[in-house]
Design a protein around this ligand. Structure first.
Ligand code: AMP
Length: 190
């Protein structure tokens, strides 16, 4: 299994790129944000539990998130590899992911960050909010809270993966195609 973690701030284009990469490399795409939104929409027990956090732009607690993630991975026992989009977002999640993957005889092959300036991304999210229907994309204070969550809880993961020589960064500004090429260059060297 070639497991890749796509890393980047909200709006950096992880979801868009994941759609291309999963086809190109025959990977299973797991977006924790999408799974949570599906549960919200269908008013499941998990949806009820994560709603308050998501609406505020806060991270959903680790325990709930990791349990959901493991359930998702276990749905794909024969995959070539997983493209993790939006997970891990805390050090505790990163450690849990390593432990879980080890337990199934696998590991994270690489983490690739899509880098872009905050102000460009905030404008991008506000634009997306006009059509996405996502409550967390429509209010600038909620967007800024998501960036704060990222800076406090997710940014430290870069050090975690750098120590393991698994961290790569690409410029996230450019056409979709250009960015896919930059990501592909990293993936093809793995
Ligand atoms: P996203 O679509 O990746 O921007 O995620 C939307 C929201 O889902 C986030 O603001 C969090 O509330 C929640 N979420 C997604 N992934 C995670 C995660 N790994 N840990 C905690 N919360 C998450």
């Amino acid at each position: 299994m070639t497991n890749i973690v796509l890393f980047g701030k909200p709006g950096a284009g992880k979801g868009t790129q994941a759609e291309f990469l999963k086809e190109k490399y025959k990977l299973t795409h797991i977006s924790t944000g999408d799974v949570f939104r599906f549960n919200l929409k269908n008013d499941t027990e998990l949806g009820k539990q994560c709603k308050v956090f998501m609406d505020a732009g806060d991270l959903v607690p680790d325990e709930l998130t990791t349990k959901m993630l493991i359930d998702e991975v276990n749905k794909h026992p024969d995959t070539n590899g997983i493209l993790f989009d939006g997970y891990p977002r805390t050090l505790s999640q990163a450690r849990d992911l390593d432990a879980f993957l080890e337990s199934i005889g696998s590991k994270v092959a690489a983490t690739i960050a899509l880098e872009a300036d905050d102000e460009i991304l905030i404008q991008r999210l506000l634009e997306r909010g006009k059509t996405s229907g996502r409550i967390d994309d429509q209010d600038e204070s909620k967007i800024r809270n998501r960036y704060q969550e990222y800076n406090e809880k997710t940014a430290p993961l870069m050090g975690y993966y750098k120590e393991q020589n698994k961290f790569h960064a690409v410029d996230g500004i450019g056409s979709i195609d250009e960015i896919t090429k930059r990501l592909s260059t990293v993936i093809e060297k793995l």
